[in-house]
Design a protein around this ligand. Structure first.
Ligand code: GLN
Length: 494
């Protein structure tokens, strides 16, 4: 059988792997089909900053003998451009790194390669992962393949869009306050934000180090569990890596165990939250109904402190971002713009290299950390965070999983007028998982008014396995209509 680009776009990781095992196609066929999809869609979607065409082709050509011990053998995968890739441009979506070629692979990248995957590109993203729309990249905005007049979500904008249109079988992203789950949801994919410490952050461009986690964006729940099991694990090179990362239950073996007997909590007030779209609230209700119909016990819960999350999260994010970004001084990394003296060179390099949102966070973070303000802002936010973690963990004495919305509003139109505050408020339901270090998974339950929508599930630390069981039942009870781009033939551009 020959593989058409359109057939490739509909494959899951598992199906592609089975096709390779049967000899239906070769890794080179997969890589070439992915490239054909990029040829067809990149001009309109802009999901990829750097294509890895030549290296991916060469890697595919060397894969002649299937290695059954490598679960991702021969499968093309794209990673977000803040994940270090040896010898391949890694910009973090910023001008300041437009010439930065890392000398090493991030741990997650090394793990993908060791599992046999082929890296076929670096995905577009909001600059330094600051944003939730994909419009804040120095390399241009990414469009949502479901409706190209809309944003794909962010900051893992390209990771979501490239998988959605079929330029890769799966992608890695990062999530500091929702950056995997929200774009996954806006593009009809599964997105996981693992327990803090389950996946190594070594070699991942830091936004807010105490909140950042790497995770997968995939077309199916099983694919997502498969990828998490591969990238997870303790890493001595990341000081915040958890020892438990090695002993936590793997996710793939239990994905199909169902939800019978699981206690699932829902806080109905989140569905009536100010500014909450009734359509998106309906999607969460659908997820609850599916779980009930499949034998889960539904319990009403009260999610604590939700109103304080945005304020606490952004103070912590600004403070950590301002310190993390101090390293981009034009001396050690990336672009340097000489301007006479040391101070002038710093100013010129950082002034031209960073975009507005990055500068805003550096200024706000430096302010909040300065003498006299530290207690009022940073310390207070850190205390709120501690309370959040305490209160959330209490919930998991009574329930196994909590369901809630992913975001209050569907993806907005590209360049629609919006305020910074509106943008920040859109993270209200995703950032609790980061503040509390808990695992969280976004999954679709259908397409409503032309756009995919779904729900978010949270669980106790290292219980991602439960999240996948819930999402898998939702998947089995959801018929996603064909996406609009599957009807277009890439061989026959408009
Ligand atoms: N939108 C949030 C922010 O701008 C989350 C970003 C992220 O998860 N990387 O900080």
């Amino acid at each position: 059988m020959t593989l058409t680009p359109q057939q490739f776009a509909a494959l899951t990781l598992e199906e592609a792997s089975a096709g390779l095992a049967r000899g239906d196609f070769t890794p080179l066929d997969l890589v070439q089909a992915a490239q054909a999809r990029m040829d067809r869609f990149e001009a309109s979607i802009n999901a990829v900053i750097t294509r890895n065409d030549e290296d991916a082709r060469q890697a595919a050509e060397t894969k002649t003998e299937r290695d059954p011990s490598q679960p991702l053998w021969g499968l093309p995968i794209t990673v977000k451009d803040n994940i270090m890739t040896r010898h391949l441009l890694t910009t973090c979506g910023s001008r300041i790194l437009d010439n930065f070629i890392p000398p090493y692979d991030a741990t997650v990248m090394a793990k993908l390669l060791a599992a046999g995957a082929i890296l076929n590109g670096k995905a577009n993203m909001d600059e330094f992962a600051m944003g939730a729309s994909g419009e804040k990249s120095a390399y241009g905005a990414t469009c949502n393949p479901w409706d190209t007049s809309r944003v794909p979500g962010g900051s893992s904008s390209g990771s979501a869009a490239v998988v959605a249109y079929g330029g890769a079988l799966a992608a890695l992203g990062t999530d500091t306050g929702g950056s995997i789950r929200q774009p996954a949801n806006f593009c009809g994919l599964i997105g996981i934000k693992p327990t803090y410490g389950r996946v190594s952050r070594y070699g991942v461009g830091a936004l807010a180090s105490s909140l950042d986690q790497v995770g997968a964006l995939t077309r199916t729940v099983r694919d997502n569990a498969l990828l998490l099991d591969i990238i997870a694990g303790h890493d001595h090179r990341d000081s915040t890596s958890a020892a438990q990362a090695d002993s936590a239950p793997p996710c793939l073996p239990t994905v199909d165990d169902g939800v019978k007997g699981l206690r699932i909590g829902i806080d109905r007030s989140t569905l009536r939250y100010e500014g909450m779209s009734p359509v998106l609230a309906g999607a969460v209700k659908r997820a609850v109904d599916i779980c009930r119909d499949n034998g889960a016990e539904i319990k009403e819960v009260t999610i604590p402190l939700i109103d304080y999350g945005v304020a606490a999260y952004y103070i912590i994010n600004f403070c950590e971002a301002s310190t993390n970004l101090a390293r981009y001084d034009g001396v050690r990394y990336g672009k340097r713009r000489d301007a006479g003296g040391l101070r002038e060179t710093y100013c010129e390099t950082r002034g031209k290299g960073f975009g507005d949102e990055v500068k805003r966070r550096i200024m706000m973070g430096s302010y909040a950390l300065s003498k006299g303000y530290y207690d009022a802002y940073y310390l207070k936010a850190a205390r709120v965070r501690g309370l959040f973690a305490q209160e959330f963990r209490k919930l998991f004495a009574d329930v196994d999983v909590i369901l809630m919305p992913v975001s209050p509003q569907p993806p907005r139109k590209l360049s629609a007028p919006t305020t910074v505050l509106e943008d920040y408020l859109g993270d209200i339901f995703t950032l609790p998982a980061n503040l509390t270090a808990l695992p969280s998974l976004a999954f679709p339950v259908g397409v409503f008014e032309g756009l995919p929508a779904g729900a978010q599930a949270m669980a106790a630390p290292f219980r991602e396995d439960l999240l996948y069981r819930v999402a898998r039942v939702a998947e089995q009870n959801t018929r996603m209509p064909d996406a609009p781009w599957t009807k277009e033939s890439p061989e026959d551009p408009k």
